[in-house]
Design a protein around this ligand. Structure first.
Ligand code: ADP
Length: 172
């Protein structure tokens, strides 16, 4: 099971997995960090579909995820997952982060997507402690791979060296 999980240092917009995950916000209207990078590199088609979803269902709740096309990106789809803003750890942050990963994997599987790349959701602008977030992300993925054998490859794409060090330590 473990061999399905990889860690990379780099830019998720370059990933050629079936689907890449975006660390989106509830508005689905784009933002900074990886969200900005995905919309810049992917072009208008992604934002158009996000707007359509927003008009239909009013955005995306924290801990949940929606799927769109990937525009000009090498991936085939983008899953927009909304992680929690870190407050003090008592506002259900751990569970919501776990759900963001879990629901992304569920959505990938439902759409017949076998390879998926995740950024380190919530650890940028949202301020989630990185080591704690990595432990939750890894547990969510490992738990999911036990219950659903459809997903073949999960890559954690770390953009900063600190996250890369943490993931490499936790996933030798
Ligand atoms: P959040 O609001 O969920 O914290 P951010 O985009 O601010 O989202 O940060 C999430 C993570 O994405 C951070 O660890 C940040 O270093 C990383 N990141 C930023 N740009 C990219 C990129 N192009 N590819 C992969 N990860 C990225």
């Amino acid at each position: 099971m473990e061999h399905k999980i990889k860690v990379e240092l780099g830019d998720i917009t370059k990933c050629e997995t079936d689907v890449i995950v975006n660390a989106a916000n509830t508005s689905l209207m784009g933002g900074g960090g990886v969200d900005g990078a995905i919309h810049r590199a992917g072009g208008k088609a992604i934002l158009d579909e996000c707007m359509h979803i927003r008009n239909k269902q009013g955005g995306c709740k924290t801990g949940e995820a929606v799927i769109t096309n990937a525009g000009d990106l090498p991936a085939d789809y983008v899953i927009h997952a909304v992680g929690p803003v870190w407050q003090d750890g008592s506002k259900n942050e751990d569970k919501l982060l776990y759900s963001a990963y879990h629901n992304s994997l569920k959505l990938a599987s439902k759409n017949n997507l076998k390879s998926i790349a995740f950024p380190n959701i919530s650890t940028g602008i949202y301020g989630f402690p990185k080591e704690r977030a990595a432990e939750i992300a890894i547990h969510a993925v490992q738990d999911y791979l036990v219950e659903d054998e459809f997903i073949q490859n999960v890559t954690f794409v770390c953009f900063d060296e600190e996250n890369y060090r943490i993931y490499s330590k936790l996933l030798p």
